[in-house]
Design a protein around this ligand. Structure first.
Ligand SMILES: [Zn+2]
Length: 87
């Protein structure tokens, strides 16, 4: 993955975390969604830490590249679509 892409993902992850933390601070949010949001924040923070790893963006199962468009939507994803579907 190119460093420009890593940089872009870093921005995206920060924005997502900010957005989720915003919804976590709203008392009207249902508990189910709060738990989901909290979980995702943790996942996203972990992705942020892994962002500079050589392995980042590669599927943890088959080591194929995960499409960048998918990473932009789900930066916390660790498996490619093929592996996800064969789960
Ligand atoms: Zn895979």
């Amino acid at each position: 993955m190119e460093s420009a892409q890593r940089e872009e993902l870093k921005q995206i992850i920060s924005a997502l975390i900010a957005e989720l933390q915003e919804s976590l601070s709203q008392k009207t949010t249902e508990e189910f969604h709060l738990n989901k949001a909290e979980e995702r924040v943790q996942e996203l923070k972990r992705s942020m830490n892994r962002l500079n790893d050589e392995e980042f963006g590669l599927c943890v199962r088959c080591h194929d590249e995960i499409p960048f468009d998918r990473l932009k939507i789900f930066p916390e994803t660790k498996v490619c679509m093929n592996c996800l579907q064969s789960e």
